[in-house]
Structures are given as C-alpha cells and as structure tokens.
Design a protein around this ligand. Sequence first.
Ligand code: ADP
Length: 385
Amino acid sequence: MKTELPTPTFATVGVVGAGQLARMMGEASAAAAVRVSVLASSTDDCAVAACAQAIIGSARDVNALRALAQSVDVVTFDHELVDLEVLELLERDGVVLRPSPSSLRYGVDKAFQRRALAAAGIPVPRFVTVGSGDGSVVDKFLDELDGPPVVKSARGGYDGRGVAFPRARDEARSLVAAWSRDGEVVVEERLNLRGEVAQIVARSVYGDVAFYPTVATAQRDGTCVEVRSPSGVTAANETQVHELTRRLAELIKPVGVMAVEYFVTESGVTVNEVALRPHNSGHWTIEGTSASQFVQHLRAVSGQRLGEITLNAEFAVMVNVLGGDSAGSLDDARAVPGVFVHDYGKAWRPGRKLGHVTALGDEPDGPHVRAWTSARAYGTSTREA
Ligand code: ADP
C-alpha cells in the first residue's frame, strides 16, 4: 500500500551572510521546523555545509539579495555589514525582511543608535556624532570630558574593529578626521567599567517577547572571550537591565532576537550597543536552555510563536576559541569531560573565531575550569578571563 506523505509546510528562511551565526541557525533549523538557505560570499563560508542551500554573492548586491529572496519565504541576517538603502528598496518591492530595515538600522549605524536611544531617554555614554569636516564639534566635546574619549566608526565595525581608545587629544582629532572621510563617527566618553553584561530578547511577529537571563561578558582587546550565566551583577543592576531591554524591544520592535550589550559602572547600567541578530553572548543557550537563541530567532522570523525559555542548569560558561599561534587539537578539546565543543569549520588563522566551548553545572567553578581547559586544548590564543 502506498502511503501519501503530507506536503511539508516548512518555511524557508534565507540568511544574508554565511558565518558562524548562520551555521548555528542551520544546525537549529530542525528544532525550529524551518529550512535555512544562505547568501554566502563563497562556498568556503562556514555556514554552507550546515544549510539546505547556498547562493553565492555579496550581501550588498541587490541582484544577489533578490536571488535569495526569490527562493525563500523570509530574509534575515547574520551580520550588519549591509546596505540599508538596498534593503529598503527590496522591502518596497514586497520582500519580507525580518528584522525590518527600520529595526536593523539600530544595529547597523552606531551614530543613529546613540542619537535615537538618547532621544528616547535610554542611558548611553555622553557622545557626539561627527561628520566629515566637523572638527570644532570634536574639540568642544573633548573640552567637556574629564578623561580620554572612545572613537567609533558608525558603520562597519565588529569585534573591536572600528573602535579606538586615543590617549591624547591630537590622536583623537586625527582619528576622527581620518575615519569621518568614510562616514559618520561617534566620539564618546570612556567609562570606568565595573563590568560588561548582555541580555538577549526574542520578539515574534505578534509582538510577544521572551527574555534570556542577563549574562556577564569578558573582553580582551575589544573581543568577547568568555560569557557567564548568571551574570552575578547586583539585584538593582539586574532590574535595570531587564527594564532597559524591555524598553528597547518596545522602541526597536525587532522580529527575531536582539542582543543588548551593557556597561556596568558605579552609577548604574548604560547601553553599549544593540545587535539585531543572534549574538555571541547567547551561544551558551544552545545547551543551557530549552530553546536556544537560534531556535527562537528562526521561529520568530518564520512567523511562529516563541518557545518558553527554561534553564537546563544553574550555571553556564562559554569560552570563545580564537586562533592561537599554532592550531590546537579538536580531539583533545572534545576529550575534556562535560563540555560541548562547537567547531565552526573555519580554516585556522591567528585571532580568528574558530569555535566555542560551553560547560554547564550546579556551581560556577567547575564549568569555568572545564570550558577553559577544553578551549586551551583547542588552541585558543586568549588568557583566561
Ligand atoms: P564592537 O561593535 O566592535 O563590538 P564596541 O563598541 O562594543 O565594539 O566596543 C568594544 C569594547 O570596547 C567594549 O566591549 C568595551 O570593552 C570597550 N568600550 C567601548 N566603548 C567604551 C566606552 N565608552 N567606555 C569604555 N569602554 C568601552
């Protein structure tokens, strides 16, 4: 007897970009009941092996984006190196983009983000945004600061690239002059940080939201090296973070997941930046929760309801593996008991994010030791946080 199989009703999600975030979306696709296609810059991009289909082309090329859009139900993103004007054009043509270009703008353009958040009364570091030839604005702002500034290019930076910490005024001035030739620059006060934390929120097309716990992030040279859940911040800071994340979700109205990075200072919590996509601070949710950030993102962008988030363990530690001077051993990394090793399938290169390791436990020290032991065996270049 021949059995008729039901027609599959899976939505296909097209991801612009094919790095590790798209790869982990591909890995989460079965749990989210979707298919994932990627727009990759080359067949070597690390997500290609984990996804149903790949289209080769640039994330800024309207024709490549149209080709992706034509073969999928909804388009989402694994990075912010996109051209918002091109995306707006596609949106006007009826392409379903989640998040929308108006939400995405907060993650793409740091100058827009600082201005919009300040206008909404959300705490951000004191700042000015500077266009080409606005030298006097910088001088006036530097006069008002007690200490040295931080200089950030508004677009195109990631993992600390496009962020500088000039010590002297002349250095700050010439950096701003050079960078502002390519677009707006943000000059802001350099805060005395007690720590950095992040929170991820998922939001569906129906407007319902699901919050992940606040986590602590540790950075080296502008790149995150370790994430810890729970964050260990004071109850007052925790409340402030939750309230700010909720307000940001209302303001930005993302569909999918949004990560908010916060600075913790003596006087409370300040927003550093938002990312309109799954985020490094949420990789631990793959094993650490009932519904990972990747599953929630795919559910949300494909129009499904969000899943409940429950914790699989009280403590989680995630360590990034950044390529060291020589490649380590994936087998040795996996041989450490009680760790989850994620290899992104990238060629080894010093400083490159090659993978991550997560460990869970009912106290914090064991997961910390296991995750770092495994990451060191894997060949990470960073010192323990
Ligand atoms: P990216 O977008 O490349 O991640 P960020 O703007 O998050 O860059 O900056 C990278 C890191 O630099 C932050 O995680 C933080 O450690 C440090 N940093 C950035 N801005 C400030 C600031 N205003 N005061 C103090 N430290 C900062």
